[in-house]
Design a protein around this ligand. Structure first.
Ligand code: APR
Ligand code: PHB
Length: 394
């Protein structure tokens, strides 16, 4: 037995990319169906970075999902880089006139889900065997099964918002798709703890024992990370060991304010840079992690996803409202131009702030010289600041 559904845009993936796209299209009266192989509780449970560029905040405002963000998000005017305990503040507000907002991706996802539910979005969760077909024709379709039933979504366009492990990117023939990748020789061990942050701004620290990051979710909840081995086992990391290592890497000055406690979440994430080109194939459009991954240094993942969606929603709205396909035709090139700049910044900050197993004392000296240069140069500090707050959409 099979059921056929019709919609204008079939969105594969209910992460932040898929949800934001569904909302921005709904605002213009464009009909969508959203499917995900997981369910809402699982998606909302994913812990990810939490620094939003102003452009991302604007997109959430346009989506009508920024009310709680404005109430609970923390506005940050700067952040710190530290090297062997020496601290340098990047005053992003003074250097760029812009700020960033600290608000967890989990909360962004919840807000978007609430809004989509309130407006009656059609969702299919826990779907299996998702398969986009006929992508080169003007009658694409997405096939899947749910509870053993075969379902076909017939649509005008397919939005591949299904993350790095999704099926959309793989639907592009190998002779069309070109991928670029770098896998880093370390991971990040992250914890969440119900204690006030060690500092009211983020601190990215490079220490001879490895990288550490002091971040937060609120005035009472902290998110802390340390660089660890790629194959490190969580079982090796008791809270006590984490705190000892974290304090050492932050340096005595910052660590003097550290409040420790039991972690309520602890996980290890690998670091990867990845880009797939093109981001359009026929009537399939890729967005977010389906098309690109950045290492978390600089927190660009969600922000790049949001900028893809701003570009893609404009393209679809122009198509449906004004019969104008210019932005559809330029989507891939426009999105990729910004993606590559985000990749470059995340790669540069990762290279500056971590200990690489294959580094010689020379490379260590190069990192230190770069840090000293940034400390002494307003131009260098501004360059970091302008990337951190987010480059223009195009
Ligand atoms: N079929 C349907 N849904 C799928 C499939 C599939 N075959 N594969 C994956 N998905 C779903 C996942 O369950 C997930 O909910 O697609 C969604 C993708 O969501 P994300 O991985 O969060 O990707 P995206 O929405 O692009 O968000 C980007 O997430 O990884 C972070 O740093 C990144 O913050 C950035 C953000
Ligand atoms: C986080 O708060 O989880 C976070 C913040 C900044 C980063 C990465 C992660 O660069």
């Amino acid at each position: 037995m099979s059921t056929t559904i019709k919609t204008q845009v079939c969105i594969i993936g209910a992460g932040p990319s898929g949800l934001l796209l569904a909302q921005l299209l709904a605002n213009s009266g464009i009909d969508t169906v959203v499917l995900d192989r997981k369910d809402r509780a699982y998606i909302e449970g994913r812990i990810r970075a939490g620094v939003l560029e102003q452009g991302t905040v604007t997109a959430l405002e346009e989506a009508g999902a920024a009310e709680r963000l404005h109430r609970e998000g923390l506005t940050h005017d700067g952040f710190e880089l530290a090297f062997d305990g020496i601290r340098h503040r990047i005053d992003i507000a003074a250097l760029t006139g812009k700020t960033v907002t600290v608000y967890g991706q989990t909360e962004v996802t919840k807000d978007l889900f609430d809004k989509r539910y309130a407006e009656g979005q059609v969702f299919y969760f826990n779907v299996e065997d998702v398969k986009p077909t006929n992508l080169k024709s003007d009658q694409p379709a997405v096939h899947f099964t749910k509870d053993g039933e075969n379902i076909v979504v017939e649509c005008d366009y397919v939005a591949g918002c299904d993350g790095f492990h999704g099926v959309s990117r793989r639907a592009i023939p190998a002779d069309v798709l070109k991928t670029y990748e770098r896998i880093y020789p370390f991971g990040w061990l992250g914890i969440l703890v119900e204690k006030p942050p060690v500092s009211h701004e983020l601190i990215y620290a490079n220490h001879e024992r490895g990288f550490a990051l002091a971040s937060m979710r609120s005035d009472t909840r902290s998110r802390y990370y340390i660089q660890c081995g790629v194959n490190d086992d969580l079982a090796n990391w008791s809270d006590d060991r984490f705190w000892e290592e974290f304090a050492l890497r932050l340096g005595p000055d910052a660590a003097a304010n550290l409040q420790t406690g039991p972690s309520f979440e602890k996980s290890i994430a690998p670091l990867r840079s990845f880009v797939a080109e093109p981001m359009r194939y026929g009537n399939l459009f890729l967005a977010g992690d389906a098309a690109h991954i950045v290492p978390p240094t600089g927190a660009k993942g969600l922000n790049l996803a949001a900028s893809d969606i701003r570009i893609l929603s404009r393209a679809l709205v122009e198509h449906y409202k004004n019969n104008n396909d210019h932005y559809m035709d330029t989507y891939s090139a426009t999105a990729l131009a910004r993606v590559w700049k985000g990749e470059r910044f995340s790669w540069q900050l990762s290279a500056l702030m971590h200990q690489f197993p294959d580094h010689s004392p020379f490379e260590r000296k190069m990192q230190r010289a770069e840090f000293d240069y940034i400390m002494g140069s307003e131009a260098a500090s501004r360059s970091i600041a302008e990337n951190y707050v987010g480059l223009p959409l195009e």
